[in-house]
Each structure stands twice: as structure tokens, then as C-alpha cells.
Design a protein around this ligand. Structure first.
Ligand code: KG4
Ligand code: ZN
Length: 339
């Protein structure tokens, strides 16, 4: 019997909902519709996400967005078989909105619910693309809160090969951008500005590049960018694009080289990139070139599904259920796992 799954994401500053159908044949589940409301504009005035405002906005958006995707897909609410929601990690209040709505819908419709790990959503998001990967693969998970290299042998079979010992790659983008006065969220802004700059203009460190393991560290890079910005003083304004380009080049070089090392060490021929930083154009270009040269396959989520969205949550739930690895249940006494 096929399953219609409603997915809800509300871990941070995007409200995302989606409908995915998991067939009984075991093929890749299909995305029927998804919708997203980004709170970026609302938080911009504060230079970062304000948790209380985020929660309130999720409350305002989640049901209208759900109505919109039901309409778009031509499905009825009472045809939904399972409601999936992001259980964590994320902002506690924001997570509670998605969990609360999911469990209320579950109770009202008398259908089971399933809490999903946000990072597993990102990890499986390339299965939403028209060219989904096959298992096994190496995953480079690069978001605002996480930087990990993983060996993925199947749904639920994940082994961490390396991870950041301090800041995440997205954080390195965001914090460097903030130092340069580029606002929030910094990653996309910094990468746009970098296109007009010289990536060799400033010599910045490539932390742990030759450490031999697959761990990352970005805190030192951020400090080096701060020092450079201070040294420039009044000149910073005129050299901003160069500093942005140099910062981006340093982050991307480390990500690409460590990913290639993970492929070498495991003998894997396939890599999947997921998480917000996976939208970065330089990262994609360099990884594409390096993988083409070595005849390795690289997969990305669709650009719009790199950052947080409901489709990846519905997809992760669909794949878990299809693999028979997790039971959706009628325990509506929900909890969330912020960390
Ligand atoms: O996965 P995501 O949407 O949220 C988390 O789960 O953290 O990732 C957000 C992160 C932010 O740090 C943002 O600056 C970064 O992804 N990001 C980018 C780009 N687009 C988003 N970083 C670099 N270049 C981009 N084009
Ligand atoms: Zn995320």
C-alpha cells in the first residue's frame, strides 16, 4: 500500500511543508508538492535569528502553507497517512511548533506521526533530485550548525568519518560575513561579493588541511579574517570583495580536499553534498572538477532544497518507513531534541 506523507520543518528560520508519496514497490518516493516561507527578512533587522520571533512566525505560517500544498497537489487532508516533523536539532520553541502541529493533526486524523532528525533530512535530500544517488556513498554535510563527512551505506546506516572540532563551515561563512558588515545570513552574501574579488589577495589559513584525519576546524580562520579586517581598517571597504573571495577560497579548499581524502580512504566512488553550504557555487564547481578528473560521481540536492525545507523531512520519513526501520506511532505526547 502506498503512503502519503506530510512533512513539516520548523527547526530554525524557515517554515517548510511537503507531501511525498512512498510507493509499495520500494522505488524512490516522489515529491508531490512543497512550500516554504523564509523568515530571513524578519530577522535581518536583528542581525541574526530571534528565537521567539521565529516560533511565532512558524505558528502563523504552517497551516496556510499546508493548505496550499494540499490544493496544489489535489490531495485531501484526510488522505494523509503519516505526519512527519523535525524533532531536532534546532531552536526548542521553533521545533515545538512543528511537533505540536504534527501531533495535533495526527490526533485529529487518527493517523501516526514520526519525528525526523534534521540532519538525516539534509543527508537524504539529494534523493529529491531528478538524478538520485545510489548507496553507498560519502556524504559531505555542510550546514549552519554542522560540518561532517559520513559514510552512508543505506537508510539509517551512517558512520561519521570526521567532523568539525569547533565552528561549522556555514558558521565560518556567516561569522566572516558579519565581520565584513554583510548582514545575515552571511553565506550567500559573502559568496556573491566574492565573485568580484581576487581569491589570492589575502593569505588565510587552511586549518587541519594536512592533519591526516577527516576533521575540520574553522575557528582559527574566522580569527584570521578578523585580524585581516582590523589591519585593513579604513581600507576594508575597498578590499571587501578580495577578503570575501579569499575567505571563501580557504573554506572551500578545505571542504573539497577533505572530501577527496574521505573518498580515497574508503575507496568509495560517489559523493553526496547536502546542507545550506552545498548551495555554494565555488564549492560545486571545484568538487565537480575534481570528481570529473577522478571519474567519481557527485550528487547535490536541487539548489532550492539545499537549505532547510519540508521536502527533505517528508523524504527522510518516507525512506525510513519504506526501509521498515522506523515505525510511525500514535504517541502524540511529543517531545523535541534541540541538541
Ligand atoms: O542547512 P541550512 O539551511 O540550515 C542549517 O541547518 O544550519 O544551512 C544554512 C547555512 C548558513 O550558514 C548559510 O550562510 C549557508 O548555509 N549558506 C551558504 C550559501 N547558502 C547558504 N554558504 C555559502 N554559500 C552559499 N551560497
Ligand atoms: Zn538545516
Amino acid at each position: 500500500m502506498s503512503l502519503l506523507i506530510l512533512g513539516i520543518e520548523s527547526s530554525c528560520d524557515e517554515t517548510g511543508v511537503a507531501l511525498v508519496r512512498a510507493g509499495d514497490g520500494g522505488g524512490v518516493p516522489t515529491l508531490l508538492a512543497h512550500a516554504l516561507h523564509s523568515q530571513i527578512e524578519m530577522h535581518q533587522a536583528y542581525g541574526g535569528v530571534v528565537p521567539e520571533l521565529a516560533s511565532r512566525d512558524h505558528i502563523r505560517r504552517v497551516l496556510p502553507l499546508t493548505e496550499a500544498i494540499l490544493k496544489e497537489s489535489g490531495e485531501r487532508l484526510d488522505a494523509v497517512d503519516v505526519v512527519a516533523y523535525t524533532r531536532g536539532p534546532g531552536l526548542a520553541g521553533a521545533l515545538l511548533v512543528g511537533a505540536g502541529v504534527a501531533c495535533a493533526l495526527g490526533a485529529a486524523l487518527d493517523i501516526p506521526v514520526l519525528g525526523v532528525h534534521h540532519l538525516e533530512g539534509h543527508l537524504l535530500s539529494p534523493f529529491l533530485s531528478s538524478d538520485p544517488p545510489e548507496f553507498p556513498f560519502i556524504a559531505l554535510l555542510v550546514s549552519g550548525g554542522h560540518t561532517q563527512l559520513m559514510r552512508v551505506d543505506g537508510v539509517g546506516r551512517y558512520a561519521i568519518l570526521g567532523e568539525t572540532i569547533d565552528d561549522a563551515a556555514g558558521e565560518a561563512f556567516d561569522k566572516s560575513a558579519k565581520l565584513m558588515g554583510l548582514g545575515y545570513p552571511g553565506g550567500p552574501a559573502l559568496s556573491r561579493l566574492a565573485e568580484q574579488g581576487d581569491p589570492k589577495a589575502f593569505k588565510l589559513p587552511r586549518p587541519l588541511l594536512h592533519s591526516g584525519d577527516l576533521d575540520f576546524s574553522f575557528a582559527g580562520l574566522k580569527t584570521a579574517v578578523l585580524t585581516q579586517a582590523r589591519t585593513l581598517g579604513d581600507e576594508l571597504q575597498a578590499r571587501k570583495a578580495d577578503l570575501a573571495a579569499s575567505t571563501q577560497a580557504a573554506i572551500v579548499e578545505v571542504l573539497v580536499k577533505k572530501t577527496l581524502a574521505a573518498l580515497d580512504q574508503t575507496g568509495m566512488r560517489r559523493v553526496v553534498v547536502a546542507g545550506g553550504v552545498g548551495a555554494n557555487r565555488l564549492l560545486r564547481a571545484q568538487l565537480d572538477a575534481a570528481c570529473a578528473q577522478r571519474q567519481l560521481r557527485v550528487h547535490y540536492p536541487e539548489l532550492e532544497l539545499c537549505t532547510d525545507n519540508g521536502a527533505m523531512i517528508a523524504m527522510a520519513a518516507a525512506m525510513r518507513l519504506q526501509a521498515g526501520q522506523q515505525q510511525a506511532n500514535r504517541d502524540y505526547a511529543f517531545d523535541v531534541k534541540p541538541r
